[in-house]
Design a binder for this molecule. Structure first.
Ligand SMILES: Cc1ncc(C[n+]2csc(CCOP(=O)(O)OP(=O)(O)O)c2C)c(N)n1
Length: 659
C-alpha cells in the first residue's frame, strides 16, 4: 500500500459511501473508454487516477452547497447522485441531457444538484464561484462554494483575479487546484515557476494547503474540516491537490510525451485500488461486498446506457432554438406620475439607478471606485450612505472576475449592475460577457440578470482608450441586449427596464451627453420598453437613422439646413425596431444611417442591408452609411473632429437629397 490512511472519526458506512462513489466513477470511465472506441461518445477527458479529489471534495460539502467542476470531475456528478441516464444523454447530445443537445460533456449546470459546469475557457469558473459565495454571504446562509481548476488553468488571468477578489471580500470559496502534472502536453515546469501552486496563496493573503490528492481520506478529512471552519468564518482557502493525469489530455491525444517512469510511479498510487486494499484490510469491505458493488454498478450503467441509447436524437426546430436565446418575462410597463424635473443625462442615469436600488431590494452594484468616490462620473455619489457597502461594492481592477461574480450572483437570483469605468475596458472582461452571459441561457437555461453600464464615446479628447463606442462588438452576439439612449428621459426609463429584464444588457452611456443634454424627466420610477425606436422628427424626403451622440448631430444638421427629414433615434440596438425603420423608408424612399463607430462591421451596415432586403422597391437612392474613419480614435482636437463623422454627414445628407 502506498498511503497511510487515517480513518479519523469517519464511520464505516461513510467509508463505504466514499468507496462506492470512487468505484462507480471508475467503472463509468472504463465503460466510456469502450464506447469512445466504438464511436458512441464524441470526446472523453479522463479523470482516472484523480477520483479521490472529486469524490472527497464533494462528499465533504453539504448537498445544497454549490460545486463548480471541470472536465475531469465525473466524481462530483456521481457523488451528487445525478441519474446516469441523464449524464449519458448529455454526453451524446440527446434530449434527456441537460442542454437539449446544445453543449457537450460536462458543460452544463444543474440547480437541482447544486452543480455549475464549466465553459471551455477554464478560468471563468473561479470567478463564478466568487459570485455564488458572495450571494451566500449576502444571504447569510453560511454555505461554502467549491470550485475546481487544473494547474494549467492557474496560469490564466481569471485565476489571479478570482483569488484576489475572493481574498479582498473574504468570500467563502474553496479553490481546488488539481495539479496533475500536465496541461494538455505542457508539463508543470513550463506552466509555472514556483514550486507549489499553494505558495501562491501567500501572494493573495490567503490560507492555503497542499493535500495528497490520491489519498481519499486525507482529501475528505481536510476539506471537511476546512469547509466547517469556513461556514463559521467566511474566507477563501486555496488547496493544491498533488495528483497525476494517468491518461491523455483527451482520449485521442495519448500520453507519448509523458515519461514512462512517471506513469509507473503514479500507477502505484491509484486512489481506488489503494483504498479498496485498505478497506479490505480493515475488514470494512469483504470480497463479496466488493463484487456486489461492482455488479450493482455495472448493471446500473448498462441499464441507464440502454435508456439513453433508446432516446430519440435531438431534432432541430427553428423556433425552439430561437426562443431559448433570451429568457422571456412578463413585461409590465411602469408609468410615472406627471411630476417632472429638468435634469441632465448624468442625473437621469443616477436617479434611475438609485430608484432601481430602492425598487429591487437585493440589487447589487459593483464597479471600480463607485462607493465612497461615487464613480469617476459621480453617477453613484451618495449610494453608499443610503444602501450600504454590501450592495454598493468597490471592486479591485478585475473586470473579468467581477463580471463572472455577477454571473454567480445571477445563479443565486440576485440582480446586479456592473459599472465599467469606461466601455473601452470591457476588453479586459470580454470573455465572460461573450461566453458566459450571452450563452448560458441557451446552453442550460441559466439567465444572466446583469446590466453592464458602459460609459462610452468620443468628442472629449480622451484618446484611443477612453473614447471608443464599441456597441458593435456586442450587437452581433446572440444572447445580449444592447441599449444606447440619447436623452435623459430614455436613459432613465431604459436603465430601469434593463435592470427589470432578466437577460444580460449592455447599457451604453455617451459621456459627451452626460452633462450637455437636459430634459424634463419624471421624478418617479418608470420603465420604457426595449425594441421601440423614437421618431424625433417627422419628415417626407429622407429617413435619418441614428443613436447615441449621433442623434444630436443629426438634429443639428437637419435643423441648420431646414431639411424635411424623418429622424429615428433607435434607443435600443438589440432588439432593433426594424418596423419603424421600414415604415419610414417606405414613406421617404431614402435612408441615411449615421453612426459614431467606425464604418466596417458597424450597426449601420446591417441596417443598410436590412433596408435593401426589405424595402428595395421603395428606394429612390442607394442607402447611405456615414461613420467614423477606419482608424483608432485619436486624441488631439483636430484629429478627433475629423475622425468623427459629423461634418461628413452634413455633406452626405445633402448629396442624398439631391440624388
Ligand atoms: C482559454 C483556453 N485556452 C486553451 C484551452 C485549451 N485547453 C483545454 S484543457 C487545456 C489544458 C488544461 O490543463 P489543466 O488546467 O492543467 O487541466 P487538466 O486538463 O490537466 O485537468 C487546454 C490548454 C481552453 N480550453 N481554454
Amino acid at each position: 500500500m502506498n498511503f497511510k490512511f487515517d480513518k479519523n472519526k469517519i464511520n464505516n458506512n461513510q467509508l463505504l459511501t466514499i468507496y462506492r462513489s470512487m468505484l462507480k466513477s471508475r467503472l463509468i470511465e472504463e465503460k466510456m473508454l469502450i464506447l469512445l472506441r466504438q464511436g458512441k461518445v464524441s470526446k472523453w477527458f479522463s479523470g482516472i487516477g484523480q477520483e479521490a479529489i472529486s469524490v472527497g471534495v464533494t462528499l465533504a460539502l453539504h448537498n445544497d452547497e454549490y460545486i463548480l467542476p471541470m472536465h475531469r470531475n465525473l466524481g462530483v456528478f456521481i457523488s451528487r447522485n445525478i441519474p446516469l441516464n441523464r449524464l449519458f444523454s448529455q454526453w451524446q447530445g440527446k434530449v434527456g441531457g441537460f442542454t437539449k443537445g446544445r453543449d457537450r460533456s460536462f458543460h452544463f449546470g444543474s440547480h437541482e444538484f447544486h452543480i455549475i459546469g464549466m465553459i471551455s475557457h477554464l478560468g471563468p469558473q473561479l470567478g463564478v464561484a466568487d459570485g455564488i459565495a458572495l450571494a451566500s454571504k449576502l444571504k447569510k446562509n453560511n454555505k461554502v462554494t467549491a470550485v475546481f481548476t487544473g494547474e494549467g488553468g492557474t496560469s490564466e488571468g481569471d485565476f489571479h483575479e478570482a483569488l484576489n477578489v475572493a481574498a479582498v471580500w473574504n468570500l467563502p470559496v474553496i479553490f481546488c487546484v488539481e495539479n496533475n502534472g500536465y496541461g494538455l502536453s505542457t508539463p508543470s515546469k513550463d506552466q509555472f515557476k514556483c514550486e507549489n501552486i499553494a505558495d501562491k496563496g501567500i501572494g493573495y493573503g490567503m490560507e492555503s494547503h497542499i493535500i495528497d490528492g490520491n489519498n481519499i481520506l486525507e482529501v475528505f478529512t481536510k476539506v471537511s474540516e476546512i469547509a466547517k471552519d469556513i461556514r463559521k468564518v467566511p474566507r477563501p482557502v486555496l488547496l493544491e491537490f498533488k495528483t497525476f493525469r494517468m491518461r491523455g489530455h483527451e482520449e485521442a491525444s495519448g500520453t507519448k510525451y509523458v515519461p514512462k517512469e512517471l506513469l509507473d510511479h503514479w500507477s502505484k498510487k491509484d486512489p481506488v485500488e489503494n483504498f479498496q486494499i485498505f478497506l479490505r484490510k480493515e475488514k470494512i469491505l469483504s470480497e463479496v461486498m466488493d463484487k456486489d458493488f461492482r455488479r450493482e454498478f455495472t448493471n446500473e450503467i448498462n441499464k441507464n446506457l440502454s435508456i439513453s441509447f433508446g432516446e430519440t436524437e435531438t431534432k432541430f426546430t427553428l423556433l425552439n432554438e430561437l426562443n431559448d436565446v433570451y429568457q422571456s418575462f412578463d413585461y409590465q410597463e411602469i408609468i410615472p406620475n406627471s411630476k417632472k424635473s429638468n435634469i441632465r443625462m448624468v442625473d437621469a442615469i443616477s436617479k434611475g439607478l438609485y430608484q432601481a436600488m430602492e425598487h429591487h431590494k437585493d440589487l447589487v452594484i459593483m464597479g471600480q471606485d463607485i462607493a465612497e468616490y461615487g464613480g469617476v462620473f459621480k453617477i453613484t455619489e451618495g449610494f453608499l450612505e443610503k444602501f450600504g457597502k454590501e450592495r454598493v461594492r468597490n471592486t479591485p481592477i478585475c473586470e473579468s472576475s467581477i463580471i463572472e461574480t455577477a454571473f454567480g450572483l445571477s445563479i443565486c437570483n440576485i440582480k446586479s449592475v456592473v459599472e465599467l469605468q469606461f466601455s473601452d475596458f470591457i476588453t479586459s472582461g470580454f470573455n465572460p460577457v461573450i461566453n458566459l452571459l450571452a450563452k448560458s441561457y441557451y446552453r442550460w437555461g441559466q439567465n444572466s440578470d446583469i446590466v453592464l453600464r458602459m460609459p462610452c464615446g468620443g468628442g472629449l479628447g480622451a484618446g484611443p482608450y477612453h473614447s471608443q463606442t464599441n456597441e458593435a462588438w456586442f450587437t452581433k452576439t446572440p444572447g445580449l441586449k444592447v441599449v444606447y439612449p440619447a436623452f435623459p428621459y430614455d436613459a432613465k426609463g431604459l436603465l430601469a427596464m434593463a435592470i427589470e429584464d432578466p437577460n444580460p444588457v449592455l447599457f451604453f452611456e455617451h459621456k459627451q451627453l452626460y452633462r450637455s443634454v437636459y430634459q424634463d424627466v419624471p421624478d418617479d420610477y418608470y420603465t420604457l420598453p426595449f425594441g421601440k425606436a423614437s421618431i424625433l422628427k417627422k419628415g417626407d424626403v429622407v429617413t435619418v437613422i441614428c443613436y447615441g451622440a449621433a442623434v444630436h448631430w443629426a438634429l443639428e444638421v437637419v435643423e441648420k439646413h431646414n431639411i424635411d427629414a424623418e429622424i429615428i433615434d433607435l434607443r435600443t440596438l438589440q432588439p432593433l425596431d426594424t418596423e419603424s425603420i421600414f415604415l419610414s423608408v417606405q414613406k421617404t424612399g431614402k435612408a441615411i444611417i449615421l453612426q459614431e463607430d467606425t464604418l466596417f462591421g458597424g450597426l449601420a451596415s446591417d441596417i443598410s442591408a436590412l433596408i435593401t432586403e426589405n424595402c428595395f422597391e421603395y428606394l429612390d437612392a442607394p442607402v447611405k452609411r456615414v461613420a467614423s474613419l477606419e482608424i483608432p480614435i485619436p486624441f488631439s482636437k483636430d484629429l478627433e473632429d475629423n475622425y468623427l463623422p459629423k461634418d461628413r454627414f452634413e455633406i452626405e445628407l445633402q448629396n442624398l437629397i439631391k440624388y
